[in-house]
Ligand binder design. Structure first.
Ligand SMILES: *[C@@H]1O[C@H](CO)[C@@H](O)[C@H](O)[C@H]1NC(C)=O
Length: 206
């Protein structure tokens, strides 16, 4: 009987390790190019850890999240993002926060977070997003926020990654470097050549 339960345990463990090894780890960086020379590589998914003996309280603080960002730009919005680059204590914890300011008619243009679901709450003003006062943008879904009110708007977003990534659709499509062949964009978006040339000029990185 003991032998049977031992066998069952081994089988379950073998199965568990089989299932575990069937998954890829979630990437925490945009890419990790494989290298064959073991001496010139690092094994890391995310950031390296500080020696725990060197950690200080400041590693877990981010100041000035209460200060509004300057919305005097082309889109009329400003996102202050607190991710692992800004708050080093977030490393490995799988979460970030953002403070979003909108001038009247300000827009956070359509974009996607390849590694993060986003939960957003409107603190002040009226944003067009579709779902209500609190809404969730599932990971990878293209979304935007648009201030349709007459006053400034303020929102906070909580994001399920220490390094969510941001791909702003128009910039990725029309402002890529090197540029996407205009014929591809003319066909994909059913636009005139002149319009595509104009958009590629507007979104070209300065
Ligand atoms: C957002 O606001 C900060 C603080 O005022 C400013 O430094 C930054 O340039 C603004 N970003 C954009 C995109 O306008």
């Amino acid at each position: 009987m003991k032998g049977v339960s031992f066998l069952a345990t081994v089988t379950i463990l073998a199965l568990a390790s089989y299932i575990a090894s069937a998954y890829d780890p979630s990437p925490l960086q945009d890419f990790c190019v494989a290298i064959n020379d073991i001496k010139s590589c690092v094994f890391v998914n995310g950031k390296f850890c500080k020696d725990p003996a060197m950690v200080s309280a400041n590693d877990f603080f981010f100041y000035e999240l209460n200060i509004p960002g300057n919305t005097g730009n082309k889109v009329g919005s400003n996102v202050t993002l607190v991710n692992v680059d800004k708050l080093v204590g977030l490393n490995t914890l799988g979460i970030s926060l953002a403070h979003l300011d909108f001038a009247p008619y300000g827009l956070n243009p359509p974009h996607t977070h390849p590694r993060s679901t986003e939960l957003l709450v409107v603190i002040k003003g009226t944003l067009l997003v579709g779902f209500g006062d609190v809404f969730v943008f599932p990971v990878g879904l293209i979304h935007f926020q648009f201030n349709i009110g007459k006053t400034n708007a303020l929102a906070f977003a909580c994001l399920s990654s220490q390094n969510l990534g941001v791909i702003t659709t128009a910039n990725a499509v029309f402002g890529s470097v090197p540029p996407i062949n205009p014929d591809v964009l003319i066909n994909a978006f059913q636009l005139d050549k002149g319009v595509v040339e104009y958009l590629q000029k507007v979104f070209a990185p300065k």
